[in-house]
Design a protein around this ligand. Structure first.
Ligand SMILES: *Cc1c(COP(=O)(O)O)cnc(C)c1O
Length: 401
């Protein structure tokens, strides 16, 4: 039951509930239990180096492995159709551990030029200090991606759909380009979730999530994950978890396990609400532009339709005077929370100002800056559509628009 080999024999809703739950001995609890213990009573001497840990090493110390965390990791791997999964304290802990693990001095990283701001800033500022070369590229263009590749390119990093423009990257094509150049491909699939897209099946080597978002789904636990091959993840476990130390609390792992049980049902509700709101906004006279992969007006709707089984709950929109609307939202919204983050059961909206993102986080210039401003104007409202009654959400938006 816990193998989750991605052949599709066991359904994803079954896997989300059952995968990885057989980590005990004898009669096991029906519902997931939480093992909060930081250490484990040992009845025979076990080596003390993280380098010698294997999947068969008995539980020793929660930074090296924990039964509750292992249940979450098995579920993540099963849902992504990957050999293995690792859970981290946050999405950024997962992202930075993977980037530090894969890249070294003299390596070249190709990354999307608009993505999660924390990832963009880390790649440019921190990795640069460690001698990693970075090229950022508009990954909606396969030609531009191909041109960015060099002999030293070790990793390509995509985010799809991406922050905040909801750009879609073609994972299968990008994987072919990466392979041609002997590089690995990582995909931040936080906005999509495995309900929509399974990057490993499309050729990615790593799939990264902020579990804080749709996967946990309730806005009450931070977490992150990397899924991939058993070989790659064994090295990442010893270096990125045991040594860097950004492990998830078993309590948060347990909350996210509970969230995963309803992931597919929630994603269906997120998508249905988001589509209805995207259509409402697109028809609203005070809205200049709506970006949602499920709308025919989305520049890459055809690719989204091919690559996504669910258009997810994230949309962005633009109005003439974003500052004034943000001020009204903070005062007058009754259902939707004016707050950062996304993927919760409740709806969240936030103004992503172009000055802060395009200039500070992404350092865009020339044509790429123009393309960003063309889509985003002075700023985009990023709306994470929750699973409330959609009429209440539309009434809330109509009141402030
Ligand atoms: C939130 C987010 C992250 C970072 O995750 P945290 O859990 O906040 O550290 C990374 N990528 C994307 C796409 C995100 O939305």
């Amino acid at each position: 039951m816990s193998d989750g080999d991605g052949t599709g024999k066991t359904g994803s809703r079954t896997l989300a509930i059952h995968a990885g739950d057989d980590h005990g001995r004898g009669n096991r609890p029906s519902a997931p239990d939480i093992v909060m213990s930081s250490t484990f009573v040992v009845d025979q001497q076990v080596g003390f180096s993280a380098n010698n840990l294997t999947d068969d090493t008995p539980w020793m110390y929660t930074r090296w492995g924990n039964p509750t965390t292992a249940e979450l990791e098995a579920k993540l791997a099963a849902l992504e159709g990957a050999e293995a999964g690792l859970a981290f304290a946050t999405g950024m802990a997962a992202t930075t551990a993977l980037l530090f693990h894969v890249l070294g001095k003299g390596d070249h990283l190709v990354m999307a030029n608009t993505n999660y701001p924390g990832t963009a800033e880390f790649a440019r500022e921190t990795l640069g200090r460690y001698g990693v070369e970075l090229t950022t590229v508009n990954t909606t263009s396969l030609d531009k991606l191909r041109q960015a590749m060099r002999p030293e390119t070790r990793l390509v990093w995509l985010e799809t759909p991406s922050n905040p423009l909801l750009r879609i990257a073609d994972i299968a094509e990008a994987s072919a380009i990466a392979k041609e150049h002997g590089a690995l491909l990582a995909v931040d699939s936080t906005f999509a979730t495995p309900v929509a897209t399974r990057p490993i099946e499309l050729g990615a080597d790593f799939v990264v999530h902020s579990l804080t978002k749709f996967m946990g789904g309730h806005g009450d636990a931070m977490g992150g994950s990397v899924c991939g091959s058993a070989k790659h993840l064994a090295g990442l476990r010893s270096e990125g978890l045991s040594h860097f130390g950004g492990v998830i609390s078993p309590f948060n792992a347990w909350l996210i396990i509970r969230g995963l049980a309803t992931l597919e049902l929630r994603m269906q509700a997120h998508e249905a609400n988001a589509l209805a709101i995207a259509e409402f906004l697109e028809a609203h006279p005070n809205v200049e532009r709506v970006l949602y992969p499920g709308l025919e007006s989305h520049p890459q709707h055809a690719l989204a339709a091919k690559q996504m089984d669910n258009y997810s709950g994230m949309l962005s929109f633009r109005v003439e005077d974003p500052e004034a609307l943000a001020a009204r939202m903070m005062q007058e919204l009754e259902v939707i929370h004016y707050a950062v983050s996304l993927g919760h059961h409740r709806s969240l909206v936030y103004l992503m100002k172009t000055d802060e993102l395009a200039h500070t986080s992404y350092a865009l210039e020339g044509d790429e800056l123009e393309a960003y401003v063309d889509a985003a104007g002075d700023g985009l409202f990023r709306l994470s559509v929750g699973i409330e009654n959609v009429e209440d959400l539309i009434a809330d938006l109509d009141r402030v628009l």
